[in-house]
Design a protein. Structure first.
Length: 89
């Protein structure tokens, strides 16, 4: 629960500039730390966000940091460029 609350309050902060990629609708973030109420199952068995168009900032910006990404890195469409040479550019 602590992580959900932390995500809500830090969602006003900008997304880390090292984040690349795009959402692939894996739904991994919708299960942190418990299944989101707005996550629904379709007829095809896939899950989808029932409020995707109006989802709150903490959902829009996830993963905002490398720390958040580490919880979903196996399935998430985003990634973080941690190459030090790229940080200096």
């Amino acid at each position: 629960m602590r992580h959900k609350i932390e995500r809500m309050f830090t969602s006003i902060l900008p997304v880390d500039k090292q984040r690349t990629g795009e959402c692939n609708n894996c739904g991994a973030c919708c299960h942190l730390p418990f299944r989101c109420y707005f996550l629904k199952s379709g007829e095809d068995g896939k899950e989808y966000c029932s409020i995707y168009a109006i989802r709150p900032p903490n959902c829009r910006k996830f993963p905002r940091t490398l720390e958040q990404y580490n919880h979903v890195k196996d399935t998430c469409g985003f990634s973080f460029n941690t190459d030090k040479d790229q940080k200096d550019k």
